[in-house]
Design a protein around this ligand. Structure first.
Ligand SMILES: Cc1ncc(C[n+]2csc(CCOP(=O)(O)OP(=O)(O)O)c2C)c(N)n1
Ligand code: SF4
Length: 309
């Protein structure tokens, strides 16, 4: 019943059976267990089936542009670091048009969580090959087998500098919920690749395919956490090896977690400015530059059209 707290009134229009439902459920449960304040939690998305997330969750939301969720989220977080910022994007969105931003977020270690819905295709635009679809595969909407090599999202996140890197599976939402909770409480850039069956356009990476192959890293005693700085390379290399392991099994769970890297917000505060934009005073030497009423008028007239009653 508590889950309804985060459920919006908007009809969820994904195809029946889509893996995105499992991600949405895991998210509701994670938010509920972390008891996140809706007004201080923001979901930022790009465009795609995955991009509809802000509509379905009753927290603050931004539906941005294809591939541009990360820069939008970066601006939001740096303007007001106390917000919990979560990005949802497809594999096409984050690793195709958005790949430069994806790498930059890892290098900066901004305290943001990225959840990538990986279905191997561009779902919303009817199933073209995405950057995670291996060369030679032919899903049902492709005319011929895919010509391009695929990217490994976990390996890319690790070498880009993300300090929390994990994989979940949409059809195991209890496990995914735990991964999401861990990512949100982690201080730094957190990345979760979610294996997400697209029942309409991807007839290869189906729930039947994944259900036989996934296994949990924690069940084989995997310890993802960097305990001290001397361990960073060793942990990074072993996580990378695990991510690139050629095997018939697919590991899910937390690959890597490093709490010892300073976050970008702290670096800014120490070296550049004391207060983030949302906390900057609008007066100099106690002289008010613009009062609240003038500001609202300016905002209404020039920045955004506000419907007047
Ligand atoms: C700049 C720009 N290019 C292309 C598009 C068209 N477009 C909309 S969604 C999409 C891809 C969606 O695929 P993905 O990001 O993998 O998300 P999914 O729908 O699979 O969740 C594309 C190419 C767009 N909206 N904007
Ligand atoms: S097209 Fe695929 S990803 Fe999009 S809603 Fe349908 S099943 Fe889900």
């Amino acid at each position: 019943m508590e889950l309804n707290k985060y459920k919006s009134e908007i009809w969820v229009d994904w195809c029946p059976g889509c893996g995105n439902f499992g991600i949405l459920l895991a998210l509701y449960k994670a938010f509920n267990e972390l008891n996140l304040k809706p007004e201080e939690t923001i979901i930022v998305s790009g465009i795609g089936c995955s991009g509809k997330m802000p509509y379905f969750v009753n927290v603050t939301g931004v539906y941005s542009l294809h591939g541009r969720a990360i820069p939008f989220a970066t601006g939001i977080k740096l303007a007001n670091p106390k917000l919990t910022v979560i990005i949802h994007g497809g594999d096409g969105d984050l690793l195709g048009i958005g790949s430069g931003h994806f790498v930059a977020l890892g290098r900066r270690n901004i305290d943001i969580t990225v959840i990538m819905h990986n279905n191997g295709v561009y779902g919303l635009t009817k199933g073209q090959a995405s950057p995670t679809l291996p060369r030679g595969l032919k899903t049902k909407s492709l005319f011929k087998p895919n010509l391009q090599d695929s990217l490994n999202p976990i390996a890319l996140a690790l070498v880009s500098g993300y300090t929390f890197v994990a994989r979940g599976y949409a059809m195991q939402h209890e496990h995914l919920k735990e991964v999401i909770k861990n990512a949100i409480v982690h201080k730094g850039s957190a990345f979760i690749e979610v294996l997400q069956p697209c029942v309409t356009y991807n007839n290869i990476y189906t729930a039947q395919f994944y259900s036989k192959k996934v296994y949990k890293l924690e069940e084989e005693g995997w310890d993802p956490t960097v305990k001290n700085l001397n361990e960073v390379n060793e942990k990074l290399f072993s996580s990378l090896k695990k991510a690139l392991e050629a095997s018939d099994k697919i590991p899910i769970g937390i690959f890597y977690k490093n709490p010892h890297v300073s976050i970008f917000e702290e670096r800014l505060e120490e070296e550049y400015r004391k207060l983030p934009p949302a906390r900057q005073p609008v007066s100099i030497n106690e002289e008010t530059l613009i009062n609240d009423e003038e500001f609202k008028k300016l905002f209404r007239n020039y920045i955004i059209k506000v419907k007047q009653s």
